[in-house]
Design a binder for this molecule. Structure first.
Ligand SMILES: [Zn+2]
Length: 274
């Protein structure tokens, strides 16, 4: 039998172990049980590596029990530019993730302090910002102004969603315009950058908080490192586009571990709101 005709090796053993039961840690290569990760809010208990955390799990971690009230949950993207297969992909993601788009918005209390919040979810279309993400974030800011509350936005995004073209790009200006009105109303905006925050989200609302927090070692950038290197023809400095690099260079005010985030946000809301 020639080498190209060899039957593929079958590994029936692997079928007994569900894929989502164990995860290999990119930080220390330990095998971590899904249950341990869940209890630890998706942080490696050996090396502290922060895995992606879904929007619903993050809200549950941050909000006082039973305080979260979701807003505009029913909004989802149409296909305004008739981009090929876009509707199918949206349908598939809605079913798979049980989210209608890449952000969940609403009102919550943290240690008894009320705030409006938007939490992005990278699992939905790589957290990309189309018209629905931009609209929900804008509405949450407008609700905060109407009710005299602060805003928290937790980003995790690959940037603007190309399937909605210019309609995605205009969300950058729209969200920033709403945040300018929040600032005029003397209400605070706390931005939390998580892995990864890139593209049009970095270049708009994610980096203009009154306070910008970031999770350890998360990637923060506009274009990816390869594109930057090819464009500038220069070697990139060590740690380029990490939260720690951005802290050193003044884009981020503090790096906050996930287990401390709830207490830190509660304290900041207390300082910034009367
Ligand atoms: Zn680890």
């Amino acid at each position: 039998m020639g080498i190209f005709e060899r039957p593929r090796l079958k590994n029936n053993k692997k079928k007994d172990v569900p894929n989502d039961l164990w995860a290999s840690c990119p930080g220390c290569e330990s095998m971590l049980h899904a249950l341990d990760l869940k209890q630890n809010h998706q942080v490696c208990n050996k090396c502290g590596h922060h895995f992606l955390l879904g929007a619903r799990a993050r809200i549950e971690m941050l909000a006082d029990t039973g305080s979260f009230i979701e807003t505009n949950a029913e909004l989802y993207s149409k296909n305004p530019l008739n981009f090929a297969n876009y509707e199918n992909k949206i349908d598939m993601l809605r079913e798979k993730t049980e989210l209608n788009d890449a952000v969940i918005t609403g009102k919550l209390d943290i240690h008894g302090k009320s705030a409006m919040i938007a939490v992005m979810d990278f699992k939905f279309f790589a957290g990309s910002m189309g018209s629905v993400v931009g609209e929900k974030i804008t509405r949450v800011i407008e609700d905060a102004i109407a009710n005299r509350m602060g805003v928290i936005i937790i980003s995790a995004s690959s940037g603007a969603r190309m399937q909605e073209g210019m309609l995605s790009l205009m969300q950058m200006a729209k969200t920033c315009g709403a945040l300018a009105k929040l600032s005029d109303a003397k209400l605070p905006y706390i931005s939390v950058l998580t892995h990864p925050t890139t593209g049009g989200v970095t270049a708009s609302f994610a980096t203009i908080g009154d306070i910008n927090l970031a999770e350890p070692k998360c990637m923060i950038g506009f274009a990816g490192p390869r594109v930057v290197k090819e464009t500038t023809h220069q070697d990139l400095p060590p740690g380029f586009q990490t939260a720690e690099f951005m802290l050193q260079h003044g884009l981020v005010d503090a790096i906050v571990e996930r287990r401390e985030l709830r207490d830190r946000l509660g304290a900041l809301l207390g300082y910034m709101l009367k």
